[in-house]
Write a protein of this length. Structure first.
Lengths: 326, 292
Protein backbone atom coordinates (compact mmCIF):
# COMPACT_ATOMS: atom_id res chain seq x y z
CA UNK A 1 0.00 0.00 0.00
CA UNK A 2 2.74 2.46 0.92
CA UNK A 3 4.56 1.51 -2.24
CA UNK A 4 1.48 2.31 -4.26
CA UNK A 5 1.02 5.58 -2.45
CA UNK A 6 4.65 6.56 -3.08
CA UNK A 7 4.22 5.67 -6.71
CA UNK A 8 1.13 7.82 -6.92
CA UNK A 9 2.87 10.81 -5.31
CA UNK A 10 5.79 10.37 -7.70
CA UNK A 11 3.44 10.26 -10.68
CA UNK A 12 1.61 13.36 -9.44
CA UNK A 13 4.88 15.28 -8.99
CA UNK A 14 6.09 14.20 -12.42
CA UNK A 15 2.77 15.27 -13.93
CA UNK A 16 2.96 18.71 -12.31
CA UNK A 17 6.56 19.11 -13.47
CA UNK A 18 5.50 18.17 -16.98
CA UNK A 19 2.57 20.61 -16.87
CA UNK A 20 4.91 23.42 -15.74
CA UNK A 21 7.55 22.66 -18.36
CA UNK A 22 5.08 22.03 -21.20
CA UNK A 23 4.38 25.60 -22.43
CA UNK A 24 8.04 26.51 -22.99
CA UNK A 25 8.92 26.17 -26.63
CA UNK A 26 5.27 26.10 -27.69
CA UNK A 27 3.57 28.60 -29.95
CA UNK A 28 0.72 30.69 -28.47
CA UNK A 29 -1.84 28.29 -29.94
CA UNK A 30 -0.19 25.33 -28.19
CA UNK A 31 -0.24 27.26 -24.93
CA UNK A 32 -3.90 28.11 -25.53
CA UNK A 33 -4.67 24.39 -25.91
CA UNK A 34 -2.81 23.58 -22.69
CA UNK A 35 -4.83 26.26 -20.89
CA UNK A 36 -8.02 24.84 -22.39
CA UNK A 37 -6.98 21.42 -21.14
CA UNK A 38 -6.55 22.81 -17.60
CA UNK A 39 -9.97 24.53 -17.75
CA UNK A 40 -11.76 21.45 -19.13
CA UNK A 41 -10.05 19.28 -16.53
CA UNK A 42 -11.55 21.43 -13.77
CA UNK A 43 -15.04 21.08 -15.26
CA UNK A 44 -14.51 17.34 -15.71
CA UNK A 45 -13.32 16.98 -12.10
CA UNK A 46 -16.63 18.52 -11.06
CA UNK A 47 -18.60 16.11 -13.25
CA UNK A 48 -16.50 13.22 -11.97
CA UNK A 49 -17.66 14.09 -8.44
CA UNK A 50 -21.30 14.02 -9.53
CA UNK A 51 -21.08 11.06 -11.89
CA UNK A 52 -17.96 9.09 -11.03
CA UNK A 53 -18.14 9.26 -7.25
CA UNK A 54 -21.81 9.86 -6.47
CA UNK A 55 -23.14 7.97 -9.52
CA UNK A 56 -25.57 10.69 -10.69
CA UNK A 57 -25.43 11.19 -14.44
CA UNK A 58 -25.51 14.80 -15.59
CA UNK A 59 -25.62 16.15 -19.11
CA UNK A 60 -25.72 19.74 -17.91
CA UNK A 61 -22.11 20.40 -16.90
CA UNK A 62 -21.60 22.71 -19.89
CA UNK A 63 -24.44 24.90 -18.60
CA UNK A 64 -22.52 25.55 -15.42
CA UNK A 65 -19.37 26.31 -17.40
CA UNK A 66 -21.60 28.73 -19.33
CA UNK A 67 -23.03 30.34 -16.22
CA UNK A 68 -19.51 30.80 -14.86
CA UNK A 69 -18.24 32.19 -18.15
CA UNK A 70 -21.10 34.69 -18.47
CA UNK A 71 -20.66 35.76 -14.85
CA UNK A 72 -16.98 36.41 -15.53
CA UNK A 73 -17.61 38.14 -18.86
CA UNK A 74 -20.37 40.41 -17.54
CA UNK A 75 -18.54 41.39 -14.34
CA UNK A 76 -15.03 41.89 -15.74
CA UNK A 77 -16.18 43.90 -18.76
CA UNK A 78 -17.91 46.21 -16.26
CA UNK A 79 -14.59 46.68 -14.45
CA UNK A 80 -15.13 44.27 -11.57
CA UNK A 81 -12.16 42.10 -10.56
CA UNK A 82 -12.10 38.43 -11.53
CA UNK A 83 -12.28 37.17 -7.96
CA UNK A 84 -15.76 38.68 -7.66
CA UNK A 85 -16.74 36.56 -10.67
CA UNK A 86 -15.38 33.48 -8.89
CA UNK A 87 -17.52 34.26 -5.85
CA UNK A 88 -20.64 34.92 -7.92
CA UNK A 89 -20.15 31.89 -10.21
CA UNK A 90 -19.48 29.49 -7.35
CA UNK A 91 -22.51 30.74 -5.41
CA UNK A 92 -24.82 30.69 -8.46
CA UNK A 93 -23.73 27.28 -9.71
CA UNK A 94 -23.84 25.79 -6.23
CA UNK A 95 -27.44 26.92 -5.73
CA UNK A 96 -28.64 25.99 -9.25
CA UNK A 97 -26.78 22.68 -9.05
CA UNK A 98 -28.47 22.00 -5.72
CA UNK A 99 -31.87 22.65 -7.29
CA UNK A 100 -31.00 20.44 -10.29
CA UNK A 101 -30.31 17.69 -7.81
CA UNK A 102 -33.98 17.52 -6.79
CA UNK A 103 -35.12 15.55 -9.86
CA UNK A 104 -32.25 13.15 -9.09
CA UNK A 105 -34.02 12.29 -5.85
CA UNK A 106 -36.93 11.00 -7.87
CA UNK A 107 -35.45 9.52 -11.01
CA UNK A 108 -32.21 7.81 -11.95
CA UNK A 109 -29.98 6.96 -14.89
CA UNK A 110 -31.48 7.58 -18.30
CA UNK A 111 -34.39 9.59 -16.90
CA UNK A 112 -31.94 11.79 -15.04
CA UNK A 113 -29.82 12.04 -18.18
CA UNK A 114 -32.76 13.47 -20.09
CA UNK A 115 -33.81 15.79 -17.27
CA UNK A 116 -30.33 17.29 -17.11
CA UNK A 117 -30.28 17.40 -20.91
CA UNK A 118 -33.50 19.40 -20.82
CA UNK A 119 -31.99 21.73 -18.25
CA UNK A 120 -28.97 22.37 -20.45
CA UNK A 121 -31.24 23.15 -23.41
CA UNK A 122 -33.13 25.58 -21.19
CA UNK A 123 -29.94 27.38 -20.14
CA UNK A 124 -28.90 27.60 -23.79
CA UNK A 125 -32.25 29.15 -24.73
CA UNK A 126 -31.93 31.73 -21.96
CA UNK A 127 -28.38 32.63 -22.95
CA UNK A 128 -29.49 33.02 -26.56
CA UNK A 129 -32.78 34.83 -26.05
CA UNK A 130 -32.20 37.19 -23.11
CA UNK A 131 -30.27 39.72 -25.15
CA UNK A 132 -30.52 42.52 -22.56
CA UNK A 133 -28.25 40.47 -20.32
CA UNK A 134 -26.17 38.17 -22.52
CA UNK A 135 -26.17 40.02 -25.87
CA UNK A 136 -27.63 36.83 -27.38
CA UNK A 137 -25.97 35.38 -30.46
CA UNK A 138 -23.65 38.37 -30.80
CA UNK A 139 -21.73 37.18 -27.78
CA UNK A 140 -19.52 39.17 -25.44
CA UNK A 141 -16.12 40.35 -26.61
CA UNK A 142 -13.09 41.97 -25.03
CA UNK A 143 -13.05 39.99 -21.81
CA UNK A 144 -9.90 41.15 -19.97
CA UNK A 145 -7.43 38.78 -18.36
CA UNK A 146 -6.92 39.37 -14.66
CA UNK A 147 -4.02 40.86 -12.75
CA UNK A 148 -3.34 38.76 -9.66
CA UNK A 149 -1.47 40.56 -6.85
CA UNK A 150 0.29 42.76 -9.37
CA UNK A 151 1.09 39.84 -11.75
CA UNK A 152 -0.50 40.51 -15.12
CA UNK A 153 -1.71 37.35 -16.86
CA UNK A 154 -2.16 39.00 -20.24
CA UNK A 155 0.47 36.86 -21.96
CA UNK A 156 -0.62 33.30 -22.88
CA UNK A 157 2.08 31.66 -20.73
CA UNK A 158 1.14 33.71 -17.67
CA UNK A 159 -2.52 32.94 -18.08
CA UNK A 160 -1.71 29.26 -18.51
CA UNK A 161 0.09 29.27 -15.17
CA UNK A 162 -2.87 31.04 -13.61
CA UNK A 163 -5.19 28.27 -14.91
CA UNK A 164 -2.74 25.61 -13.77
CA UNK A 165 -2.63 27.18 -10.31
CA UNK A 166 -6.42 27.09 -10.05
CA UNK A 167 -6.41 23.50 -11.34
CA UNK A 168 -3.92 22.44 -8.67
CA UNK A 169 -5.98 24.17 -5.97
CA UNK A 170 -9.18 22.48 -7.21
CA UNK A 171 -7.43 19.09 -7.45
CA UNK A 172 -6.05 19.34 -3.91
CA UNK A 173 -9.43 20.39 -2.52
CA UNK A 174 -11.20 17.56 -4.36
CA UNK A 175 -8.59 15.07 -3.18
CA UNK A 176 -9.29 16.19 0.38
CA UNK A 177 -13.04 15.96 -0.20
CA UNK A 178 -13.04 12.40 -1.51
CA UNK A 179 -10.78 11.26 1.33
CA UNK A 180 -13.19 12.78 3.85
CA UNK A 181 -16.34 11.12 5.22
CA UNK A 182 -18.22 13.08 2.55
CA UNK A 183 -16.33 11.35 -0.23
CA UNK A 184 -17.03 7.99 1.40
CA UNK A 185 -20.71 8.90 1.55
CA UNK A 186 -20.69 9.79 -2.17
CA UNK A 187 -19.19 6.40 -3.03
CA UNK A 188 -21.68 4.63 -0.80
CA UNK A 189 -24.44 6.47 -2.65
CA UNK A 190 -23.11 5.22 -5.97
CA UNK A 191 -22.55 1.62 -4.95
CA UNK A 192 -25.87 0.99 -3.26
CA UNK A 193 -28.16 3.86 -2.25
CA UNK A 194 -30.42 1.67 -0.16
CA UNK A 195 -27.61 0.15 1.83
CA UNK A 196 -26.13 3.62 2.28
CA UNK A 197 -29.46 4.89 3.63
CA UNK A 198 -29.77 1.93 5.97
CA UNK A 199 -26.30 2.69 7.34
CA UNK A 200 -27.44 6.18 8.26
CA UNK A 201 -26.07 8.13 5.29
CA UNK A 202 -28.43 11.00 4.52
CA UNK A 203 -28.70 10.05 0.82
CA UNK A 204 -30.97 12.99 0.07
CA UNK A 205 -28.50 15.56 1.32
CA UNK A 206 -25.50 13.91 -0.31
CA UNK A 207 -27.23 13.57 -3.68
CA UNK A 208 -27.98 17.30 -3.68
CA UNK A 209 -24.48 18.04 -2.41
CA UNK A 210 -22.89 15.97 -5.19
CA UNK A 211 -24.75 18.02 -7.76
CA UNK A 212 -24.05 21.33 -6.04
CA UNK A 213 -20.30 20.83 -5.61
CA UNK A 214 -19.84 19.32 -9.07
CA UNK A 215 -21.72 22.25 -10.60
CA UNK A 216 -19.72 24.82 -8.62
CA UNK A 217 -16.52 23.35 -10.09
CA UNK A 218 -18.10 23.71 -13.53
CA UNK A 219 -18.66 27.39 -12.66
CA UNK A 220 -14.99 27.82 -11.71
CA UNK A 221 -13.99 26.35 -15.07
CA UNK A 222 -16.33 28.82 -16.77
CA UNK A 223 -14.80 31.81 -14.97
CA UNK A 224 -11.41 30.77 -16.38
CA UNK A 225 -12.83 29.95 -19.81
CA UNK A 226 -14.15 33.47 -20.49
CA UNK A 227 -10.82 35.33 -20.16
CA UNK A 228 -9.03 32.44 -21.90
CA UNK A 229 -10.97 32.67 -25.17
CA UNK A 230 -11.92 36.37 -24.61
CA UNK A 231 -15.09 35.94 -26.67
CA UNK A 232 -18.08 33.91 -25.56
CA UNK A 233 -21.40 33.11 -27.21
CA UNK A 234 -24.19 30.69 -26.29
CA UNK A 235 -23.43 27.79 -28.67
CA UNK A 236 -20.12 27.17 -26.91
CA UNK A 237 -22.10 25.96 -23.90
CA UNK A 238 -24.72 23.90 -25.71
CA UNK A 239 -25.17 20.17 -25.57
CA UNK A 240 -21.95 19.43 -27.47
CA UNK A 241 -19.75 20.58 -24.60
CA UNK A 242 -21.83 18.70 -22.03
CA UNK A 243 -21.45 15.47 -23.99
CA UNK A 244 -17.76 16.18 -24.44
CA UNK A 245 -17.25 16.62 -20.72
CA UNK A 246 -19.24 13.46 -20.03
CA UNK A 247 -17.08 11.49 -22.45
CA UNK A 248 -13.92 12.97 -20.88
CA UNK A 249 -14.94 11.63 -17.49
CA UNK A 250 -15.96 8.21 -18.80
CA UNK A 251 -13.00 7.77 -21.15
CA UNK A 252 -10.48 8.77 -18.49
CA UNK A 253 -12.20 6.63 -15.92
CA UNK A 254 -15.26 7.64 -13.91
CA UNK A 255 -14.62 7.39 -10.18
CA UNK A 256 -10.84 7.61 -10.61
CA UNK A 257 -9.21 10.75 -9.29
CA UNK A 258 -6.91 11.13 -12.31
CA UNK A 259 -9.58 10.13 -14.81
CA UNK A 260 -10.60 13.71 -15.77
CA UNK A 261 -6.96 14.75 -16.32
CA UNK A 262 -6.46 11.91 -18.76
CA UNK A 263 -9.90 12.23 -20.37
CA UNK A 264 -9.47 15.97 -20.97
CA UNK A 265 -6.03 15.32 -22.49
CA UNK A 266 -7.51 12.74 -24.88
CA UNK A 267 -10.31 15.12 -25.90
CA UNK A 268 -8.37 18.43 -26.06
CA UNK A 269 -4.69 17.70 -26.71
CA UNK A 270 -4.67 14.43 -28.65
CA UNK A 271 -6.54 15.65 -31.78
CA UNK A 272 -4.02 18.47 -32.17
CA UNK A 273 -1.08 16.19 -31.64
CA UNK A 274 -2.37 13.65 -34.15
CA UNK A 275 -3.14 16.45 -36.63
CA UNK A 276 -6.43 14.97 -37.80
CA UNK A 277 -9.24 17.11 -39.09
CA UNK A 278 -11.83 17.73 -36.41
CA UNK A 279 -14.57 15.65 -38.03
CA UNK A 280 -12.37 12.65 -38.70
CA UNK A 281 -11.02 12.73 -35.18
CA UNK A 282 -14.53 12.84 -33.71
CA UNK A 283 -15.52 9.83 -35.84
CA UNK A 284 -12.55 7.81 -34.60
CA UNK A 285 -13.10 9.05 -31.05
CA UNK A 286 -16.72 7.89 -31.17
CA UNK A 287 -15.69 4.43 -32.38
CA UNK A 288 -13.05 4.31 -29.65
CA UNK A 289 -15.64 5.18 -26.99
CA UNK A 290 -18.03 2.47 -28.23
CA UNK A 291 -15.26 -0.14 -28.15
CA UNK A 292 -14.13 1.06 -24.73
CA UNK A 293 -17.68 0.71 -23.38
CA UNK A 294 -17.83 -2.86 -24.66
CA UNK A 295 -14.41 -3.84 -23.35
CA UNK A 296 -14.04 -1.83 -20.17
CA UNK A 297 -16.74 0.62 -19.04
CA UNK A 298 -14.52 1.89 -16.23
CA UNK A 299 -12.41 3.81 -18.74
CA UNK A 300 -8.71 3.97 -19.56
CA UNK A 301 -7.59 4.01 -15.93
CA UNK A 302 -9.87 1.04 -15.24
CA UNK A 303 -8.29 -0.72 -18.19
CA UNK A 304 -4.80 0.09 -16.90
CA UNK A 305 -5.71 -1.23 -13.47
CA UNK A 306 -7.09 -4.42 -14.97
CA UNK A 307 -3.96 -4.95 -17.04
CA UNK A 308 -1.71 -4.37 -14.04
CA UNK A 309 -3.38 -6.89 -11.80
CA UNK A 310 -5.59 -9.25 -13.76
CA UNK A 311 -8.15 -11.35 -11.93
CA UNK A 312 -8.07 -9.00 -8.95
CA UNK A 313 -11.27 -7.55 -7.62
CA UNK A 314 -13.13 -5.60 -10.32
CA UNK A 315 -12.41 -1.92 -10.58
CA UNK A 316 -14.87 0.56 -9.10
CA UNK A 317 -17.07 1.20 -12.02
CA UNK A 318 -19.77 3.72 -12.61
CA UNK A 319 -22.29 1.25 -13.85
CA UNK A 320 -22.45 -0.28 -10.39
CA UNK A 321 -25.12 2.35 -9.90
CA UNK A 322 -27.02 0.82 -12.78
CA UNK A 323 -27.25 -2.67 -11.35
CA UNK A 324 -28.91 -1.83 -8.09
CA UNK A 325 -32.26 -0.50 -9.14
CA UNK A 326 -33.27 -2.77 -11.95
CA UNK B 1 -61.26 29.27 -35.84
CA UNK B 2 -59.45 28.78 -39.14
CA UNK B 3 -56.16 29.46 -37.38
CA UNK B 4 -56.91 26.88 -34.75
CA UNK B 5 -57.75 24.20 -37.31
CA UNK B 6 -54.60 25.01 -39.23
CA UNK B 7 -52.45 24.81 -36.13
CA UNK B 8 -54.13 21.61 -34.98
CA UNK B 9 -53.41 19.87 -38.28
CA UNK B 10 -49.81 21.07 -38.27
CA UNK B 11 -49.50 20.00 -34.64
CA UNK B 12 -50.89 16.54 -35.27
CA UNK B 13 -48.51 16.10 -38.19
CA UNK B 14 -45.50 17.09 -36.09
CA UNK B 15 -46.86 14.99 -33.24
CA UNK B 16 -47.29 11.98 -35.51
CA UNK B 17 -43.62 12.07 -36.37
CA UNK B 18 -42.68 12.44 -32.70
CA UNK B 19 -44.95 9.48 -31.94
CA UNK B 20 -43.31 7.23 -34.56
CA UNK B 21 -39.89 7.96 -33.10
CA UNK B 22 -41.11 7.61 -29.51
CA UNK B 23 -42.76 4.24 -30.19
CA UNK B 24 -39.44 2.87 -31.40
CA UNK B 25 -37.80 4.18 -28.26
CA UNK B 26 -40.36 2.50 -26.02
CA UNK B 27 -40.22 -0.83 -27.88
CA UNK B 28 -36.45 -1.03 -27.52
CA UNK B 29 -36.71 -0.23 -23.84
CA UNK B 30 -39.44 -2.76 -23.21
CA UNK B 31 -37.82 -5.75 -24.83
CA UNK B 32 -34.16 -5.18 -24.11
CA UNK B 33 -33.68 -2.25 -21.71
CA UNK B 34 -31.93 -0.40 -24.50
CA UNK B 35 -31.93 3.37 -24.16
CA UNK B 36 -31.00 4.77 -27.51
CA UNK B 37 -29.49 8.22 -27.20
CA UNK B 38 -28.83 8.16 -30.94
CA UNK B 39 -32.54 7.83 -31.79
CA UNK B 40 -32.62 11.36 -33.22
CA UNK B 41 -29.65 10.58 -35.46
CA UNK B 42 -31.46 7.39 -36.47
CA UNK B 43 -34.15 9.66 -37.93
CA UNK B 44 -31.60 11.93 -39.59
CA UNK B 45 -29.70 9.10 -41.31
CA UNK B 46 -32.18 7.21 -43.58
CA UNK B 47 -32.83 10.38 -45.60
CA UNK B 48 -29.13 10.42 -46.44
CA UNK B 49 -29.26 6.74 -47.40
CA UNK B 50 -31.94 7.69 -49.93
CA UNK B 51 -30.03 10.74 -51.18
CA UNK B 52 -26.86 8.69 -51.54
CA UNK B 53 -28.72 5.95 -53.43
CA UNK B 54 -30.03 8.57 -55.86
CA UNK B 55 -26.74 10.41 -56.23
CA UNK B 56 -24.26 7.52 -56.41
CA UNK B 57 -26.52 4.62 -57.37
CA UNK B 58 -28.52 6.53 -59.95
CA UNK B 59 -31.78 5.09 -58.62
CA UNK B 60 -35.15 6.75 -59.08
CA UNK B 61 -36.74 8.24 -55.96
CA UNK B 62 -39.16 5.36 -55.16
CA UNK B 63 -36.44 2.73 -55.64
CA UNK B 64 -34.02 4.83 -53.60
CA UNK B 65 -36.56 4.93 -50.78
CA UNK B 66 -36.77 1.14 -50.81
CA UNK B 67 -32.98 0.93 -50.83
CA UNK B 68 -32.84 3.46 -47.99
CA UNK B 69 -35.31 1.42 -45.98
CA UNK B 70 -33.31 -1.76 -46.58
CA UNK B 71 -30.04 -0.13 -45.56
CA UNK B 72 -31.76 1.34 -42.49
CA UNK B 73 -33.02 -2.10 -41.47
CA UNK B 74 -29.54 -3.57 -41.78
CA UNK B 75 -27.53 -0.69 -40.26
CA UNK B 76 -29.94 0.75 -37.67
CA UNK B 77 -31.60 -2.57 -36.86
CA UNK B 78 -29.30 -5.55 -37.23
CA UNK B 79 -25.87 -3.93 -37.00
CA UNK B 80 -26.95 -1.59 -34.20
CA UNK B 81 -28.04 -4.56 -32.12
CA UNK B 82 -25.13 -6.87 -32.92
CA UNK B 83 -22.25 -4.43 -32.95
CA UNK B 84 -23.25 -1.75 -30.44
CA UNK B 85 -25.92 -2.96 -28.04
CA UNK B 86 -25.11 -6.64 -27.48
CA UNK B 87 -21.48 -6.19 -26.37
CA UNK B 88 -22.35 -3.34 -23.98
CA UNK B 89 -25.71 -4.34 -22.53
CA UNK B 90 -24.24 -6.77 -20.01
CA UNK B 91 -22.37 -3.87 -18.38
CA UNK B 92 -25.62 -2.09 -17.51
CA UNK B 93 -27.62 0.93 -18.57
CA UNK B 94 -25.06 3.73 -18.18
CA UNK B 95 -22.34 2.31 -20.48
CA UNK B 96 -25.04 1.82 -23.10
CA UNK B 97 -26.13 5.45 -22.70
CA UNK B 98 -22.52 6.54 -23.23
CA UNK B 99 -22.09 4.18 -26.15
CA UNK B 100 -25.18 5.43 -27.97
CA UNK B 101 -24.09 9.04 -27.33
CA UNK B 102 -20.85 8.11 -29.09
CA UNK B 103 -22.87 6.49 -31.87
CA UNK B 104 -24.83 9.72 -32.31
CA UNK B 105 -21.55 11.64 -32.70
CA UNK B 106 -20.33 8.98 -35.14
CA UNK B 107 -23.39 9.30 -37.40
CA UNK B 108 -23.48 13.09 -37.20
CA UNK B 109 -19.80 13.62 -37.96
CA UNK B 110 -19.87 10.84 -40.54
CA UNK B 111 -22.61 12.54 -42.54
CA UNK B 112 -20.94 15.93 -42.17
CA UNK B 113 -17.52 14.65 -43.18
CA UNK B 114 -18.47 12.29 -46.00
CA UNK B 115 -21.75 13.62 -47.41
CA UNK B 116 -22.56 17.26 -46.76
CA UNK B 117 -22.41 19.83 -44.00
CA UNK B 118 -25.27 21.95 -45.34
CA UNK B 119 -28.98 21.19 -45.61
CA UNK B 120 -29.93 19.01 -48.57
CA UNK B 121 -33.30 19.22 -50.33
CA UNK B 122 -35.29 15.99 -50.09
CA UNK B 123 -38.07 15.12 -52.57
CA UNK B 124 -41.59 15.31 -51.16
CA UNK B 125 -43.78 12.22 -51.12
CA UNK B 126 -46.79 14.22 -52.16
CA UNK B 127 -47.72 17.54 -53.68
CA UNK B 128 -46.67 20.47 -51.50
CA UNK B 129 -49.87 22.43 -52.06
CA UNK B 130 -52.52 23.60 -49.62
CA UNK B 131 -56.20 22.81 -49.68
CA UNK B 132 -58.86 25.01 -48.18
CA UNK B 133 -60.94 23.48 -45.40
CA UNK B 134 -63.53 25.84 -43.94
CA UNK B 135 -61.39 28.88 -44.72
CA UNK B 136 -58.22 27.35 -43.33
CA UNK B 137 -55.27 26.58 -45.58
CA UNK B 138 -54.29 23.04 -44.69
CA UNK B 139 -51.08 21.66 -46.11
CA UNK B 140 -51.60 18.42 -48.03
CA UNK B 141 -48.24 17.23 -46.84
CA UNK B 142 -49.36 17.44 -43.22
CA UNK B 143 -52.47 15.43 -44.05
CA UNK B 144 -50.30 12.79 -45.74
CA UNK B 145 -48.06 12.64 -42.68
CA UNK B 146 -51.06 12.17 -40.41
CA UNK B 147 -52.50 9.47 -42.67
CA UNK B 148 -49.21 7.56 -42.96
CA UNK B 149 -48.72 7.76 -39.19
CA UNK B 150 -52.20 6.45 -38.49
CA UNK B 151 -51.71 3.54 -40.91
CA UNK B 152 -48.28 2.73 -39.48
CA UNK B 153 -49.46 2.83 -35.88
CA UNK B 154 -52.59 0.81 -36.63
CA UNK B 155 -50.53 -1.76 -38.51
CA UNK B 156 -48.07 -2.01 -35.65
CA UNK B 157 -50.83 -2.40 -33.08
CA UNK B 158 -52.42 -5.14 -35.18
CA UNK B 159 -49.08 -6.88 -35.50
CA UNK B 160 -48.37 -6.71 -31.74
CA UNK B 161 -51.83 -7.74 -30.58
CA UNK B 162 -53.19 -9.80 -33.47
CA UNK B 163 -50.37 -12.01 -34.73
CA UNK B 164 -48.53 -14.87 -33.04
CA UNK B 165 -45.15 -13.21 -33.50
CA UNK B 166 -46.48 -9.96 -32.05
CA UNK B 167 -47.85 -11.74 -29.00
CA UNK B 168 -44.54 -13.50 -28.53
CA UNK B 169 -42.83 -10.12 -28.63
CA UNK B 170 -45.19 -8.80 -25.97
CA UNK B 171 -44.53 -11.84 -23.82
CA UNK B 172 -40.80 -11.24 -24.22
CA UNK B 173 -41.24 -7.65 -23.13
CA UNK B 174 -43.29 -8.57 -20.08
CA UNK B 175 -41.21 -11.44 -18.78
CA UNK B 176 -38.22 -12.67 -20.78
CA UNK B 177 -37.45 -15.55 -18.41
CA UNK B 178 -40.94 -16.97 -18.52
CA UNK B 179 -41.15 -16.35 -22.27
CA UNK B 180 -37.98 -18.37 -22.78
CA UNK B 181 -39.39 -21.15 -20.60
CA UNK B 182 -42.45 -21.24 -22.83
CA UNK B 183 -40.25 -21.88 -25.84
CA UNK B 184 -40.26 -18.41 -27.35
CA UNK B 185 -37.09 -17.49 -29.21
CA UNK B 186 -36.44 -14.44 -27.04
CA UNK B 187 -33.31 -13.35 -28.89
CA UNK B 188 -35.13 -13.34 -32.20
CA UNK B 189 -38.06 -11.38 -30.73
CA UNK B 190 -35.62 -8.75 -29.47
CA UNK B 191 -34.07 -8.56 -32.93
CA UNK B 192 -37.55 -8.00 -34.38
CA UNK B 193 -38.07 -4.95 -32.13
CA UNK B 194 -34.78 -3.53 -33.36
CA UNK B 195 -35.93 -4.03 -36.95
CA UNK B 196 -39.31 -2.44 -36.20
CA UNK B 197 -37.53 0.52 -34.62
CA UNK B 198 -35.36 0.87 -37.72
CA UNK B 199 -38.44 0.80 -39.96
CA UNK B 200 -40.23 3.40 -37.81
CA UNK B 201 -37.31 5.84 -37.79
CA UNK B 202 -36.86 5.38 -41.54
CA UNK B 203 -40.53 6.19 -42.05
CA UNK B 204 -40.23 9.25 -39.81
CA UNK B 205 -37.14 10.29 -41.74
CA UNK B 206 -38.90 10.10 -45.11
CA UNK B 207 -41.82 12.10 -43.73
CA UNK B 208 -39.87 14.82 -41.96
CA UNK B 209 -36.98 15.42 -44.37
CA UNK B 210 -39.02 17.09 -47.18
CA UNK B 211 -40.17 19.71 -44.64
CA UNK B 212 -37.02 20.41 -42.63
CA UNK B 213 -34.50 19.39 -45.36
CA UNK B 214 -31.92 16.70 -44.66
CA UNK B 215 -29.17 18.00 -42.41
CA UNK B 216 -26.69 16.24 -40.15
CA UNK B 217 -27.89 18.17 -37.08
CA UNK B 218 -31.57 17.21 -37.57
CA UNK B 219 -31.45 14.51 -34.91
CA UNK B 220 -30.49 16.71 -31.97
CA UNK B 221 -33.91 18.04 -31.04
CA UNK B 222 -35.92 15.15 -32.50
CA UNK B 223 -34.31 12.56 -30.24
CA UNK B 224 -34.83 14.70 -27.16
CA UNK B 225 -38.46 15.51 -27.96
CA UNK B 226 -39.24 11.88 -28.78
CA UNK B 227 -37.85 10.77 -25.46
CA UNK B 228 -39.81 13.46 -23.63
CA UNK B 229 -42.92 12.30 -25.50
CA UNK B 230 -42.26 8.76 -24.28
CA UNK B 231 -41.85 9.86 -20.65
CA UNK B 232 -44.82 12.20 -20.73
CA UNK B 233 -47.08 9.51 -22.13
CA UNK B 234 -45.71 6.67 -20.05
CA UNK B 235 -42.48 4.91 -20.76
CA UNK B 236 -43.78 1.36 -20.57
CA UNK B 237 -46.69 1.77 -22.97
CA UNK B 238 -46.81 2.06 -26.74
CA UNK B 239 -50.10 3.94 -26.28
CA UNK B 240 -48.26 6.38 -24.01
CA UNK B 241 -45.71 7.16 -26.69
CA UNK B 242 -48.49 7.92 -29.19
CA UNK B 243 -50.37 10.21 -26.82
CA UNK B 244 -47.19 11.90 -25.64
CA UNK B 245 -46.00 12.50 -29.20
CA UNK B 246 -49.28 13.97 -30.42
CA UNK B 247 -49.62 16.11 -27.30
CA UNK B 248 -46.14 17.56 -27.67
CA UNK B 249 -46.65 18.25 -31.37
CA UNK B 250 -49.89 20.12 -30.82
CA UNK B 251 -48.63 22.06 -27.80
CA UNK B 252 -45.46 22.97 -29.69
CA UNK B 253 -47.39 24.50 -32.60
CA UNK B 254 -49.84 26.40 -30.43
CA UNK B 255 -47.13 27.79 -28.17
CA UNK B 256 -45.09 28.96 -31.14
CA UNK B 257 -48.14 30.73 -32.54
CA UNK B 258 -49.64 32.26 -29.41
CA UNK B 259 -47.01 32.48 -26.67
CA UNK B 260 -43.38 32.67 -27.66
CA UNK B 261 -41.56 31.40 -30.73
CA UNK B 262 -38.25 31.92 -28.96
CA UNK B 263 -39.08 29.64 -26.08
CA UNK B 264 -41.13 27.03 -27.94
CA UNK B 265 -38.28 24.55 -27.45
CA UNK B 266 -38.58 25.03 -23.69
CA UNK B 267 -42.18 23.85 -23.43
CA UNK B 268 -41.49 20.10 -23.73
CA UNK B 269 -38.84 20.56 -21.07
CA UNK B 270 -41.26 22.07 -18.59
CA UNK B 271 -43.74 19.36 -19.40
CA UNK B 272 -41.05 16.75 -18.77
CA UNK B 273 -40.09 18.22 -15.42
CA UNK B 274 -43.72 18.53 -14.35
CA UNK B 275 -44.47 14.92 -15.29
CA UNK B 276 -41.36 13.62 -13.55
CA UNK B 277 -42.12 15.53 -10.37
CA UNK B 278 -45.86 14.82 -10.19
CA UNK B 279 -46.53 11.69 -12.22
CA UNK B 280 -43.26 9.84 -12.85
CA UNK B 281 -44.96 6.85 -14.48
CA UNK B 282 -46.33 9.13 -17.21
CA UNK B 283 -49.85 10.12 -18.12
CA UNK B 284 -50.90 6.62 -19.22
CA UNK B 285 -48.14 4.57 -17.63
CA UNK B 286 -48.32 1.90 -14.99
CA UNK B 287 -46.07 2.11 -11.97
CA UNK B 288 -43.13 -0.16 -12.66
CA UNK B 289 -42.39 -2.62 -9.89
CA UNK B 290 -38.73 -2.50 -9.15
CA UNK B 291 -36.75 -5.10 -7.31
CA UNK B 292 -33.78 -4.10 -5.23
Amino acid sequence: MTLRRNLRVAVAIAAVALAVAAPFGLKPYGIYLLSLWAVMTIAAIGLNLTLGYAGQISLAQASFVGIGAYAAALLTTQGWPLWSAFVLAIALCFVIGWLLGYPALRVQHHYLAFVTLSFSTLVFLILRNEEWLTKGVYGITGIPRPTVLGWSTKAPVDFYFFCLGVLVAVAVATWGLIRSPWGRAFTALRENPIRAASLGVDTRRYTLMAFAIGSALGGIAGVLYAPLVQFIEPTAFALGLSLNLLLMVIVGGGGYFFGPFLGAAVAVLLPEWLRFSEGLYLILYAVFVMVLMAVCPSGLLGLAERLRKPAAKPAPDVRASGSSSR
Amino acid sequence: MADILQLAVAGLATGGIYALVAIGFVLLWQTSQTINFAQGEFVMLPAFFVLAAMKFGGLSFPLAMLAGLAVALVVLGLLFKRAVVDPVLRHGVLPLVISTIALAIFFKEGVKEFYAADAQPFPALWATTNISVGGAAVSVQNLVIIAVTVVAVAGLQYFLAGTRTGRRMQATAQNPVLARALGIAVERMILYTFLINAALVALASFLVSPIYLAKFTNGETLGLVAFIAAIVGGFNQVRGAIVGGLLLGVIDNFVAAYLSAQYRAAIPLFLLIAVILFRPQGLLGRVEERTV
